[in-house]
Structures are given as C-alpha cells and as structure tokens.
Ligand binder design. Structure first.
Ligand SMILES: Cc1ncc(COP(=O)(O)O)c(C=O)c1O
Length: 440
C-alpha cells in the first residue's frame, strides 16, 4: 500500500491498525470472514472506474464489453454452484437484495411477508417493523418453539391463516439445519413465493454440509461475504421451481434491482464475487465448510461442559447462540469483556428476551473466520476455557434495573474492564495463540 501511504498517511495508518487488530484477535462474529488476497485484489482493481448501468449486452453506457464478460462469467459460476436458472449479480448487499425481491413481487401496504421474527433470529429485512420490509409491507412473523427450534406445524398454520405472498426462510442467528423442503411444501400449499435467505449458510450449502434450497425455494438470496468468503455483496437467484411458478420471475427481479432500486453495478465487486465463487468450487472449500461445522460442534460441547446454556442445546452449523441468563451476565457486558480479552463476538437477543436489543441476554459466536485461519477442533477446548474465564470474571457486574441508569453504569464498567488484569492476561494468551495462524 505504498501509494496510499504517500497520498493519505492517516488512512494508511488506520488500515494498518485494523489489519493488526484482525490479526491479533479471535474473530468469532459468525457473519464475518477473511476474504482471500485474490478476492481483495479484484475488489481493489481498475474495474472500480467503470459505469455499466443495465445488464450484459444491454448497457446504457459504452465501453462495457469486458465488463459484460466478467458479469456473465460470474453468473455462470453462481448458476453452477447453487444449481439455479438465473442469477442477478448486481445487488449492492443483502438488505437491498431482499428489498428488491419485495419490490418485484409485492404491493405496498397490502401484501404480506412472513419471516422469522427478528428477536428469534430473523433478519431486519424479513419484516421487522423498523425496516422498510415491515413498514411498507404487512409482516406476519413466525417464532421458534420453546426448545429454540423452527416449529413447522405452527409455521404452516400461520401461513394458511395469513396467506402471505412471500414466505422468507433463513436466519441470522439460527444454529440448526433449516428444512427447506418443508418450507417449500408450506409455500406451495398457500400459493406463496418461497424466498430462501441463505446469507449465513451459503458456504455450508455449496460445501455440501447443509441441504440446498435449490429444489424447494422459488428465489434464493445470499450475501457473498459470510461463510462464502467473498467480498461484500449479494446474489439473487431464481430456481427452476421459481420459473415454473412464474415465467417472468427473473425479469421482475432484474427490473427491481435495476432500474427499480439501484443505478450502476459495482463491477469490481462483481469480479471479486466471481473469484470467490471459483474458490468455493474447489475441493478445498468442501473441506473448509466441513471444518467450520466440526469446530462449531466441538466448541458447543466445550461451552456446555462449562455450564453455558445454548439455544436449541447445541449447533448443526457455523454458529452458537448462548443465553447468558443462568450465568447472571448481560450480553452487552459479556461481548465487551470478551473484546478486552481479544475474543470478538456480538451481543444478541435470545428467544423471548425480556431485555432491549442494546442490552440483550445473549451472545452469538461462530467459527467461519477462525477456521479460515487454520484453527481446528483440537483448539476448541482452549477457546471454550477462555470464554468461560471471561464470563466468570464479569459475573459480579449487574446492569441496573432502571433503564435510565444503564448507559452511565455501562460506560463506567467499560473503563473498569478495559484495565481488568485477568481479562488482559487472557488477551495476551489469545494474541500468542493467534500469532500461530496467519491471515490469508
Ligand atoms: C440472513 C441475512 N439476510 C440479510 C442480511 C443483510 O446483509 P447486508 O448486511 O449485506 O445488507 C444479513 C446480514 O447480516 C443476514 O444475516
């Protein structure tokens, strides 16, 4: 980054600091990963300089024959990898991609979206009242059962009662296998489109370790930067089943993305996604996907041994959701203390949480990024032990009952924890551990 150093030393130094941070910590936010240097090179290439509104061979700007080849190659790779009929590469990210599906198929203030409630692990864009998906369309959420599992009978009942136009399956914090076949049958019964949002598990699907929705959903959306390990972005895919239900579906989705929601596509992003798709089609990626889940299962077992309560009692995928109420520790306090100790997770609501989203009762963590670095199941005992030691260290800190007092208490607590000797000792151990696992 010599040119950057010369032109803008401040940004150069900040990027260097972030690189150091990413190197030193155990990155365990389940939606994050380390993209390869090849992906980052494509992302930082001269493709950034081009405007190419429209689609391949039908552009509104001249000079796009090479961009056309890149976009078509990316589409072909995605079609093969996900076994779908049509792929739109242009959504800037996951949220606009889901919004494009709604824009393509729903009448505002009239048609219904049925998705997993945000506080049960759904995404904001699955019909949350604070998102356009819940403000412009009618949302009819479903929830998890008492064991933290999808309750397909109940989902079917709600679908039959509410007759949604779109059912969304897929989640942002669900640690178990999703039965796409079952969702497909429910959608068919009520005549709904099924949108499978596989943002979190796309890498596991192409790695063959999670069932694919390609035979059961009409539309599949995935972000490209999570387990798929690409640049930030999204794929909007139409399946054979989708085309059989609605022969115009691909066209409707394309039109909703451009000109409906967006202008020019990010061609550098398209190329970087193409690179990630090539990487994901290599045999090595299957091993990676398998290892993510193996690591996650080993870590879940370690946490259970240490008395942690896991939502659904464990995991079948890349993530673990911990309900910390039995430890008497708030999720925000835990996430901050873990960061001081060099372990990066996110605070997260647990099903039927009585705490607000800023101070939820749980944390969410996962193994995609550490697995990319080469961390293996034999290391999970150590990581489980560090997490346990951190949580034990903060058991005495109770957030005030009074809402107004929480923010002051928490900011003072942060100052105290940042100097906590036991947490800093763990951070030292974590850094010497991570130094054995270079970034890609
Ligand atoms: C299931 C799911 N869908 C959609 C999104 C939105 O993706 P983005 O953050 O790229 O807008 C996310 C991101 O967290 C997600 O987990």
């Amino acid at each position: 980054m010599q040119n950057l150093k010369k032109t803008d030393p401040k940004i150069f130094e900040l990027i260097k600091d972030e690189m150091r941070r990413q190197t030193e910590v155990l990155e365990m936010i389940p939606s994050e990963n380390y993209a390869s240097s090849a992906v980052l090179e494509a992302l930082g290439s001269v493709l950034n300089n081009k405007y190419s509104e429209g689609y391949a061979k039908r552009r509104y700007y001249q000079g796009n024959s090479i961009i056309d080849n890149i976009e078509i190659l990316a589409q072909e790779r995605a079609k093969k990898l996900f076994e779908v009929s049509h792929v739109n590469m242009q959504s800037y990210s996951g949220s606009p991609a889901n919004t494009a599906v709604y824009f393509a198929l729903l009448e505002p203030l009239k048609d219904k979206i049925m998705g997993l409630n945000l506080s049960f692990g759904g995404h904001l864009t699955h019909g949350s009242p604070v998102s356009i998906s819940g403000k412009y369309y009618k949302a009819v959420p479903y929830e998890l059962d008492k064991n933290g599992l999808l309750d397909y009978l109940k989902i079917e009942k709600i679908a039959k009662r509410e007759k949604p136009r779109i059912i969304v399956c897929g989640a942002t914090a669900y640690p178990r296998i999703i039965d796409f076949e079952r969702f497909g049958k429910i959608a068919d019964e009520v005549g709904a489109y099924l949108l499978a949002d596989i943002s979190h598990i796309a890498g596991l699907v192409v790695g063959g370790i999670h069932p694919s929705p390609s035979k059961h959903a009409h539309i599949i959306m995935t972000t490209t930067h999570k387990t798929l390990r690409g640049p930030r972005g999204a794929l909007l895919m139409v399946t054979d089943k989708g085309l059989a239900k609605d022969p115009e579906l691909s066209d409707k989705i394309d039109k909703a993305v451009f000109p409906g929601l967006q202008g020019g596509p990010h061609d550098n992003q398209t190329a970087a996604i193409a690179v990630a798709l090539k990487e994901a089609s290599e045999p090595e990626f299957k091993k990676y996907a398998k290892q993510i889940v193996l690591n996650s299962k080993f870590l879940a077992d370690e946490l259970i041994k240490n008395g942690f309560q896991l939502i659904s009692g464990g995991t079948d995928n890349h993530l673990i959701l911990i309900d910390l109420r039995n430890k008497g520790v708030n999720g925000a306090v835990a996430a901050f203390a873990l960061e001081v100790a060099g372990i990066i997770v996110n605070k997260n609501a647990v099903p039927r949480d009585t705490m607000p989203p800023f101070y939820p009762s749980g944390i969410r963590l996962g193994t995609p990024a550490i697995t990319t670095r080469g961390v293996r199941e034999k290391d999970m005992g150590k990581i489980g032990d560090w997490i346990n030691r951190v949580i034990e260290e903060v058991r005495n800190y109770k957030l005030p009952e009074q809402r107004e007092e929480r923010s002051k208490y928490f900011s003072n607590l942060k100052k105290e924890l940042a100097k906590d000797k036991k947490l800093l000792k763990i951070s030292f151990e974590v850094t010497s551990f991570t130094s054995l696992f270079p970034l890609p």
